[in-house]
Design a protein around this ligand. Structure first.
Ligand SMILES: [Zn+2]
Length: 197
C-alpha cells in the first residue's frame, strides 16, 4: 500500500495561501465568524487535507502497476476489500468503500499491493463511482493485457446520506467487465462467489 507521502498534491501545496483564503471566504459567506477559536485553523487544515485527498492528480495511474512477467499463471487472480476514500465531483462530499479486482493474466502480472496503489491513484481526486470502476478496468486492460478483468466497487456516499434522498447506510455497487468476463457468466459468478468468502 502506498504511503500518503506518495500522494501529495503539490499544486495544492503551491497554492496553499489562495486556497486558505477562499475557504475563509466561504466560511464568511455561510454566516460563520472566521475569528472564533474553533475556526481559526480550519482553512489551513482543509488545505492540508486537500493535499492528501486530491493527491491522485499527481500520479498517472498507469505507472503504478509495476508489471512483472509470469508466463505460467493464467488462472483468476482476485484482490478484494481494497479500501478507498474519494470525493464526489457533484458535491465535493466524501464517498468511500471497497474495491474488488479480478483478472486472468496472459503473461503480465502486477504485484498485489500495486492494485491497491492503482485504486488509490484513481480515487484521490474528484470522482464518480461509475468512472472509478471503469477506469480501474480500463487501466488493468491497457497495462496488463489480461484475458479478462472484472471490477466491483461498493460505495457509501455522504451526499446521499446528508441531503436529498437521505438514505443513510445505503450502498451503491458498480461493476465493470472486460475480455473473457464479458462472455462468461460462469466466470462472473466465480468472481462474485469468491468475494463473499
Ligand atoms: Zn454527490
Amino acid at each position: 500500500m502506498a504511503g500518503v507521502k506518495d500522494y501529495i498534491n503539490t499544486r495544492v501545496s503551491r497554492n496553499r495561501e489562495q486556497i486558505e483564503h477562499h475557504i475563509r471566504e466561504i466560511l464568511k459567506l455561510i454566516g460563520e465568524d472566521v475569528n472564533r477559536e474553533g475556526l481559526l485553523e480550519t482553512p489551513a487544515r482543509v488545505t492540508r487535507m486537500y493535499e492528501e485527498i486530491f493527491g491522485g492528480y499527481e500520479v498517472d495511474p498507469r505507472d503504478v502497476l509495476g508489471v512483472s512477467f509470469d508466463e505460467k499463471h493464467e488462472e483468476l487472480v482476485i484482490v478484494k476489500d481494497i479500501v478507498y476514500y474519494s470525493q464526489c465531483e457533484h458535491h465535493m462530499a466524501p464517498f468511500f468503500g471497497k474495491a474488488h479486482i479480478g483478472y486472468i493474466p496472459s503473461g503480465k502480472i502486477a504485484g498485489l499491493s500495486k492494485l491497491a496503489r492503482l485504486v488509490e491513484a484513481v480515487t484521490r481526486r474528484l470522482q464518480v463511482q461509475e468512472r472509478i470502476t471503469s477506469q480501474i478496468a480500463d487501466i488493468m486492460e491497457e497495462v496488463l493485457q489480461p484475458h479478462g478483468v472484472m471490477v466491483v466497487v461498493e460505495g457509501e456516499h455522504l451526499c446521499m446520506c446528508a441531503r436529498g434522498v437521505k438514505k443513510p447506510g445505503s450502498k451503491t455497487v458498480t461493476s465493470a467487465v472486460r475480455g473473457q468476463f464479458r462472455n462468461s457468466s460462469a466466470l462472473r459468478s466465480e468472481f462474485l462467489s469468491l468475494l463473499k468468502e
